[in-house]
Design a protein around this ligand. Sequence first.
Ligand code: 0O2
Length: 205
Amino acid sequence: MEETLKLYEDVESWRTVIFLYNAALKEVGTKLEILNDEFKHVHKYNPIEYIKSRIKKPESIVKKLKRHNLDINVDNMINHINDIAGVRIVCSFTSDIYKVAEMIGKQNDLTVISVKDYIRNPKQSGYQSFHVIVYYTVQTINGPKRIHVEIQIRTLAMNFWATIEHSLQYKYRRNIPDRIRERLNASAEAILKLDQEMSSIHDEI
Ligand code: 0O2
């Protein structure tokens, strides 16, 4: 009986937590859309191509907790997983990524808690992206609640590479064979060259 009650409490707190992450995601997404509209209004130029949001799937949350050798519970999920609510901003050019990151840093209602620049320092896998973890405060019927949101900012080309590599990681259960790894590394270099070339053409205009 006690166990059933505990399970019920866990499921209830899980639902409440996911509700809050969803609320944060909606508000942060709208906020970024408005900033993009304002940027376009002022500079006659759109730094953001598109924005996508997602809540991490329960099985991915569990996998990540296990990867970090943590017990599977709601507290660990809140305290140790920063990307339960994720927003992905896709830009045309690398310089746009830094413009968007700067805009995010200027917002009073977003507190930047960490930044990872995998563009200047790509991961060994070849992964390139700019990650910002922020706190956003959601107003609830019981008062304010601070929620973590991970914002990933990348170019269209970086996103193409990351999406393909991510699905291969899934297919090979994070054990991509060496021959495919080599091709992915070569593709990551090609992506870097492509982004540099497109930026240089863009600068000519
Ligand atoms: P999923 O399946 O996308 O949710 P970690 O070190 O990964 O355990 P942390 O601190 O969150 O934890 O790392 P990081 O580097 O900031 O990575 C956060 C997310 O960035 C990942 O979430 C991926 O979405 C993406 N990412 C990081 N590295 C790579 C990579 O090499 N390839 C691809 N395709 N994406 C990457 P998850 O939870 O790992 O995965």
